[in-house]
Write a protein that binds this ligand. Structure first.
Ligand SMILES: Cc1ncc(COP(=O)(O)O)c(C=O)c1O
Length: 499
């Protein structure tokens, strides 16, 4: 009996085997047909059969039936079996490595999101140097587009090379002088990261804690500032991705300013999806990330510092503790004028961000915010029609991040993995204390579309119904269609009144 047949025997049927490996049945059927299990599954086979079939058995059988071929290697043994003399064998398991082609997925988790084809095309353009005059011209446009998206005239607005976490560190490392008192508002995972940053920068953090799923309480912040009159900074997350809750960034900033503190705002999930008005709200320092409502490739973090912050950082007597994130050094590359090498900028990712921001400008920020709300209302109607409850009170719900409580008794991880393997749909799990308790449905940027809303509702309805939960297939879709229809009517009435 070969390993594939043995696996079917152990799991009872091809269907059960497919379920255990979270694979499509057709894949498992193919293993049986060809008479071996591909070597890349060796570890999983050993784990899931609790050692009844060892990884080595799978690898040996797969290598015998389907020898590894390494192309264009003169002198290799026929069919290029990975032998002990092959230099590659020291560094890699005995498996064939092909060009990587990721599957097509519908991304409705907490990010990354799907990327618009125009952005993907732009990203695959030929590389040019990061000091090429054409590139430098593009950098200036990129800064202007970011100012538009952030609604700010701040000259120091640019994308950092690195994910949102780098934007977070950049703000703290530049703005916190060791010993500074920093008030950090925490109502989810990312407030906790801010707290960690404040402490690592040598600051003296004071936490204002709120329940996960609730916004930052302005009164608690006011009280903390009254108790800590020497606080230099206030940090908070505008859109807490771990819970789908939005805090009032304008009000929190006003309170901080009333007490003479500067603010650091995390707009990783809000930027592009809900209003973020840096100048109007007088935000001092803000950071975001490219892979959420901007729908670009991950790895860039747009940041903006007001003139007040630039002065604050320039006045520091000590050296900024991070060379890479030192604002003064980064200015030499991102400021207009004579640019000097700081680090090798991720040029093709920056082309992509330019295109993603251009798409946003073409759509119009207000239209983008309205689109996020529209599809949120439809998704919400559908989820509620399936009996789901939102974690966050309606007035604080983020349109782009919908956190719902998992129904009692459901194997939530199995639901997510079935959605992924059978429908190619990714949704998010709960983090920290919400692990296993919530699902997070992202509707961000290019992923925020009616076809995704409908696919998600119908896939989820079908999976839950399959698992014998009291969900009627079709109810959710009908509710979402109803919500869209109501919104159309309201829009038409509004337009009529305005005409
Ligand atoms: C609110 C918030 N802040 C910070 C981050 C960190 O961003 P990144 O994962 O791009 O480093 C995330 C990531 O999901 C986030 O949601």
């Amino acid at each position: 009996m070969n390993c594939a047949e043995l696996l079917v025997e152990i799991f009872g049927s091809q269907a059960e085997l497919a379920r255990a490996f979270q694979l499509d049945r057709a894949v498992v059927h193919n293993w049986v047909k060809v008479g071996y299990v591909p070597a890349r599954w060796a570890g999983e086979v050993e784990r899931l059969t609790q050692g009844r079939i060892s990884a080595v058995e799978v690898i040996n059988e797969a290598s015998a039936k389907n020898p590894v071929r390494v192309k264009s290697r003169p002198g290799d043994a026929p069919f290029g079996i990975l032998s002990e003399t092959d230099p590659m064998s020291q560094y890699a398991p005995a498996k064939r490595i092909y060009s990587f082609h990721p599957p097509q997925r519908t991304l409705m988790g907490p990010g990354p999101t799907e990327i618009h084809p125009r952005v993907l095309t732009t990203m695959s353009q030929p590389a040019i140097g990061y000091l090429d005059p054409i590139f430098v011209e593009m950098m200036e446009e990129l800064k202007s587009l970011l100012r538009y998206v952030y609604q700010t005239k701040n000259p120091l607005t640019f994308p950092l090379s690195g994910p949102g976490s780098v934007g977070m560190e950049y703000c703290f490392v530049n703005m916190v002088t060791p010993g500074d008192k920093v008030i950090v508002c925490q109502n989810g995972v990312f407030g906790g990261r801010m707290l960690e940053n404040a402490a690592r920068c040598g600051g003296s953090p004071v936490v204002v804690e709120d329940k996960w799923g609730e916004p930052v309480d302005p009164q608690k912040l006011e009280d903390a500032l009254k108790k800590n009159r020497d606080a230099k900074l206030v940090a908070f997350v505008h859109a807490e991705t771990s819970t789908g809750c939005q805090s009032d960034a304008k009000l929190l900033t006003q309170i901080a300013h009333k007490h003479g503190a500067l603010v650091i705002v995390d707009a990783v999930t809000s930027l592009g999806g809900t209003p973020v008005k840096v100048d109007e709200w007088e935000i001092d320092a803000i950071y975001s990330a490219s892979q959420k409502c901007l729908s670009c490739t991950p790895g860039l973090s747009p940041v903006s510092f007001s003139e007040r912050v630039v002065e604050h950082v320039k006045k520091r007597k000590d050296k900024i503790h991070s060379w890479f994130m030192d604002m003064n050094l980064l200015l030499g590359y991102w400021n207009a004028g004579a640019r000097t090498y700081h680090h090798t900028a991720p040029t093709n990712s920056l082309f992509a961000l330019h295109e993603a921001l251009l798409l946003l400008r073409e759509e119009g920020l207000e239209n983008s915010w309205a689109r996020h709300s529209r599809h949120h209302f439809a998704l919400k109607a559908g989820l509620e029609a399936m009996g789901m409850k939102f974690l966050v009170a309606e007035k604080d719900q983020l349109p782009q991040m919908n956190a719902v409580l998992c129904p009692e008794g459901v194997d939530e991880a199995r639901v997510r993995s079935t959605l992924l393997t059978e429908f190619g749909l990714e949704i998010g799990a709960g983090l920290g204390p919400l692990k296993g308790r919530i699902w997070r449905f992202g509707l961000m940027g290019y992923s925020c579309r009616p076809d995704n809303v409908m696919l998600c509702l119908s896939a989820l309805g079908s999976v839950l119904n399959d698992m014998a939960l009291p969900v009627h297939v079709g109810d959710a879709e009908a509710a979402a269609h109803g919500a869209y229809a109501q919104m159309h009517v309201k829009d038409a009435q509004r337009k009529k009144r305005a005409a």
